[in-house]
Design a protein around this ligand. Structure first.
Ligand code: SF4
Length: 466
């Protein structure tokens, strides 16, 4: 990955200001660009875009001075164009800062989050990876790893759970980095990237627990192991997190034993459970909670269970897979056990049913009446009114034809786009309007190279095909 680089240690560059400040700024800019591009996009897709972007705009200053059209053109094909706009706006805000410092991108997460388009996650990534600050990151992958390590059966997107997971991620990174005694170092960035990578390669929705380097500290793995070997005792004197925890939802272990083996095969962390799954989550008397399967002797971790309000997940680094470390690992599971354990682990964190997305009918930039009130005449009249509102001067509306409708599904919206061809009579000259809302005339043959969202490109294909 071209954005993965050796950490720049300020101690090795003492007295080299302002040159080092500019190098550090470039490094922070590269991390920022990569993190924005990686949102909702695969690494293999991002790599060529990242290389093109950085060769065209190698510094935050260069990006700030770029035209918005150029920025959108380079982003073309990566999707979610608002990310490009926010990145561009953020670069302009950084350049506008009056601070007289060589590195205009701040290292503190609070200051980073004041830059347009930088949220808590991106701020944590830039601060830890580029500047070596002991700041956490929490994306879907990290949330999955942590909820399994802690045995938290929660909706990882719920605010209460997210707050706990951010606290845990913060405690961990500060602990491994030796904060506050130790200053900046490569450890926070390496730790955060390792957690993210573990979640994307091993602790996936359907985890590969037998390859996991932190299996030994994993609460859910230990629970799954006991359930799978059926060495459970029916009584316990060890308090279980589910008995004391006000955060976890109840998970009925009788039903867990029969959970289908494809549970968690979904690519997405937020996939909804399949209807056939025999998993009960309603609040019930604690007749058959996981604690029933643990005794003092069988409990995998004799330490007190973590209180979610003050997370205490061990930060003891898992040793490399040497002979001595292997001795401390639990015995390897049989293939059948491994499958059962992975099935159990894949239930964490709790998958919530997806909410139904709202539906809308639209022309470009204009939402229409509800579908049941839309007739062909209404659509044609609305299209003509929209064209006339563009202020086309001496051009007159000619033939108007309805070409059809296209459905485009976003994560938050199901959009039905109606395509109407409006013929214009007269000579078209110049652009229309100014600024971000400006429009321009494009020759039909040049439309292939124009910057269009995926939805608009599908609409154009319908026009071009007539
Ligand atoms: S042991 Fe399995 S569930 Fe636990 S962290 Fe590792 S891969 Fe994830």
């Amino acid at each position: 990955m071209p954005w993965r680089k050796k950490w720049l240690d300020p101690a090795e560059h003492e007295g080299a200001e302002p040159e080092f400040g500019k190098v550090l700024e470039k490094r922070a800019y590269e991390v920022w660009v990569s993190e924005v591009m990686l949102q909702q996009t695969r690494v293999s897709t991002v790599i060529p875009y990242f290389n093109t972007w950085i060769s065209k705009w190698p510094t935050v200053e260069a990006l700030a001075e770029a035209s918005h059209d150029d920025v959108l053109a380079v982003w073309k094909g990566l999707g979610y164009y608002s990310r490009a706009t926010r990145l561009h706006d953020g670069a302009k805000a950084v350049l506008a800062t009056t601070d007289d410092v060589p590195c205009k991108i701040p290292s503190a997460v609070d200051a980073l989050q004041k830059i347009p388009g930088i949220g808590r996650y991106t701020a944590g990534a830039v601060s830890s990876i580029a500047f070596g600050e002991a700041e956490p990151v929490l994306d879907g992958n990290v949330a999955r790893v942590l909820s399994r390590q802690l045995g938290l059966y929660v909706d990882a997107k719920d605010k209460k759970s997210t707050d706990v997971l951010w606290d845990v991620a913060g405690s961990l990174v500060k602990s491994v980095a030796g904060y506050p005694e130790q200053g900046r170092s490569p450890v926070p960035g390496q730790w955060n990237q390792a957690l993210m990578e573990l979640g994307s390669t091993i602790c996936t929705p359907r985890p590969k627990c037998e390859e996991c380097p932190i299996q030994r500290t994993c609460r859910v793995y230990a629970e799954g192991q006991i359930l799978s070997t059926k060495k459970a005792a029916v009584t316990t004197d060890v308090p279980d997190i589910e008995d004391a925890c006000t955060l976890c939802l109840q998970l009925d272990t009788e039903d867990l034993a029969t959970a289908p083996e494809d549970a968690g095969d979904d690519d997405e962390n937020d996939a909804a459970p399949k209807p056939a799954k025999k998993r009960k989550t309603e609040q019930k008397p604690p007749a058959n909670t996981i604690s029933n399967y643990f005794t003092s002797r069988t409990a995998p971790n004799p330490k007190p269970k973590p209180d979610p309000a003050t997370p205490t997940l061990s930060t003891e680094a898992a040793p490399p897979a040497t002979e001595s470390s292997n001795k401390r690992k639990t015995p390897p599971a049989t293939p059948a056990q491994a499958k059962a354990i992975a099935t159990y682990c894949s239930l964490f964190p709790k998958k919530m049913p997806k909410k139904a997305v709202p539906e809308e009918d639209a022309f470009p930039q204009q939402t229409l009446l509800p579908a049941d009130q839309l007739t062909t005449e209404v659509r044609k009249a609305t299209a003509c009114a929209h064209v006339e509102s563009l202020g086309l001067g001496s051009l007159d509306v000619g033939e108007v034809r309805e070409l059809g409708s296209l459905v485009h599904v976003f994560t938050h919206l199901k959009l039905t786009m109606h395509v109407v061809h409006v013929g214009l009579e007269g000579a078209a000259e110049g652009g229309i309007g100014e600024g971000k809302t400006a429009r321009k005339w494009v020759e039909e043959g040049d439309m292939g190279g124009a910057t269009l969202s995926t939805g608009m490109r599908r609409c154009w294909e319908l026009v071009a095909g007539t």
